[in-house]
Structure formats: C-alpha cells, structure tokens
Ligand binder design. Structure first.
Ligand code: NDP
Length: 292
C-alpha cells in the first residue's frame, strides 16, 4: 500500500511556485493575493492565516482583510469592487462560510473572474465544464487531480467514483476527471446522499474520491481490493486520548480501508496541504495572465 504524502507533494509544488514568483518579480510583477474573512469563525481564521503565511513565504504580496461579523452585504461588495480595481492584487478569495446574512453567491459573482483564484465564479465553473485551459479550477479538486498525477496513478480509462456533489469539490472533480487529456479521460460516476446501493457503487471504483463531510463513513466494504482512495474529508471528532480532546479524521475509515488499497491519502497530510498549494499556483497563474 502506497501512502500518498500530500504534504511532501505540496512542498514540491510550492517550490515551483516560489520559482515562478521570482521569475515574475524579475519582470516587475509581484503576484498579489487578497484574502477576505468576515466574522470570527476560528476555523476560517486558521485557514486564512495559513493562506496568508504561505503566500508571503513564497514571495507574494499577501493581504489579509478582516471584517467584523456585522459587515453588511454592501460593505463586503464594496471591498470586493475595491480589490477588483487594485492592480497590485491578482487573486481574491473571500473565505467561506461568511456570516448567515451575507449572500455568498452574490459576493462570488461580484468577483472579477480573472481574479477568482478559488474558481467559484460562474464564468470559471463554465470554463471548467468546457475543459477550457483558461479556467481557474477550484483548488481542492485541482489538488486531488495533481496528487493522482504526481503519484503516477493513471486516470485514463479508469472507473472513478466521486462521492459528493458540491460545487466546491464533487462537481468540479467530476469535470476534471472526465475532461480530455492528462489527469482526465476517466469514466466518472458521481454518488451522493440519494444514491442507491452506495457501498456497491463505490466498490466498482478503481479510484474513489470521498468528499461528503461524514467522519469515517467509507468503510472497507465500499472499497475494491487494489483501489486508490483520495480522502477529501476534514472532520473534527471527539478524542479523549488527545490533549486537545479532539482530532481530525477524514470521510474514510482509514484503519480498515488502507490495507485494501493500492494507494490512499491520510488525513491530515493528504488533500489539505494540496488545496493551499493550488491556491498559490492559481494566484501565480492570475499574475502571469495579467502580465500578458
Ligand atoms: P458539502 O456538505 O457541500 O457536500 C457534501 C456532499 O456529500 C453532498 O453532495 C451530499 O449529498 C454528500 N453526502 C453527505 N452525506 C452523505 C452520505 N451519508 N452519503 C452519500 N453522500 C453524502 O461538503 P463539501 O463538498 O464542501 O466538503 C466535503 C468534505 O470535504 C468536508 O469534510 C469538508 O471539510 C472537506 N473539504 C476539505 C477541503 C480540503 O482542503 N481538504 C476543502 C473543502 C472541503 P447531497 O448533495 O445529496 O446532500
């Protein structure tokens, strides 16, 4: 069984990004990333800190904008418009989820698609569906695809089951894998909460990608002997044996599934670090495109 080391692969990709940043800087362009966080959700702040830190570490211009929970829709839209017009900023990300009174869709639609490094704007969603190389691809599915490619796992002709159909992970993942070309050309099934005989459907997969947000839901009977399993899930569960009282687990019951796999990602240290690496990659791409 091969343990897919997302942390090591992400570090390698970050080094490539660092070199690309240096190259752009030599041409007078410093890639700029603005991360906006509204409210005081601790998990959101932790994600934003690590994105900001990584961008700065790779030599980018990195801006964090913290707005209070009482921020209105108009104020947030005004901030997005300001960043759209700021030529020092090439990528904008509004950390999800915003407070409940904010219409997240309207915020995403207000982003300049050329700065939408999360790949959530409808223009980018359509481009991903069309297999357009100019798309900004959502970072988590892009990271999963890179993990497969970097680990030498062939997707062409493979039966892939994507478990989950969200706009952030499941749907774009399915498009990437079914699109033509390297890292694609797979036969893709998308499963979700209404799928019949879920375990049997998943057990058909050569490659199973789990993104449902249900701790350790995917058991050994979901997985064919010799399959590759990519676990996107990040779930915090109680753990009385840990000093923190909790731990992170994926959507896959790792201990019983791993022995059946040809390759599997751990949680943490699998898909998570790749998501941030792909955000950095997308920001450099945005700066390169703006410089043309
Ligand atoms: P969503 O809640 O938006 O979507 C979950 C999907 O899973 C839905 O399509 C839902 O089906 C399906 N689902 C939920 N429960 C079941 C079930 N019991 N059986 C079958 N299908 C089910 O989640 P996200 O896609 O945003 O995230 C999924 C997981 O990935 C979470 O654990 C999240 O924390 C993690 N994540 C990790 C990232 C990373 O960087 N590693 C980034 C983004 C997410 P239906 O549509 O029918 O309701």
């Amino acid at each position: 069984m091969q343990l897919i080391d997302g942390k090591a692969i992400a570090q390698r990709i970050n080094e490539q990004t660092r070199a690309a940043v240096a190259e752009l800087k030599a041409k007078g362009i410093t890639p700029g990333l603005a991360v906006v966080v509204v409210g005081d959700d601790p998990a959101s702040h932790a994600y934003v800190r690590s994105k900001e830190r990584t961008a700065a570490d790779l030599g980018m211009h990195s801006v964090k904008i913290e707005m209070p929970a009482a921020t209105t829709q108009q104020q947030l839209l005004a901030e997005v418009h300001r960043l759209n017009a700021d030529s020092a900023i090439h990528g904008i990300l509004v950390q999800s989820p915003p407070p409940k009174h904010i219409d997240e869709r309207a915020i995403v639609e207000a982003l300049d698609p050329r700065k939408d490094v999360d790949g959530f704007h409808p223009v980018n969603v359509a481009k991903v569906a069309m297999g357009d190389p100019d798309a900004f691809v959502p970072c988590t599915p892009l990271g999963c695809q890179r993990l497969l490619m970097e680990s030498g796992i062939e997707t062409a002709g493979a039966n892939v089951v994507v478990l989950g159909r969200s706009m952030i992970v499941g749907k774009p993942m399915a498009f990437l894998l079914m699109n033509k070309g390297r890292g694609g050309d797979a036969t893709v099934t998308v499963a979700h909460s209404r799928t019949k005989n879920l375990a049997a459907v998943c057990a058909q997969a050569d490659i199973l990608i789990a993104a449902i947000g249900q701790p350790e839901f995917v058991k050994a009977n979901f997985v064919r002997e010799g399959a590759v399993v990519i676990d996107v899930g990040i779930n915090r569960v109680a753990d009385p044996t840990s000093p923190k009282g909790s731990k992170l687990v994926g959507d896959v019951a790792f201990a019983e599934v791993a022995p059946k796999c040809r390759a599997i990602t751990p949680v943490p240290g699998g898909v998570g670090p790749m998501t941030i690496a792909m955000l950095m990659h997308n920001t450099v791409l945005a700066a390169q495109r703006a410089g043309k």
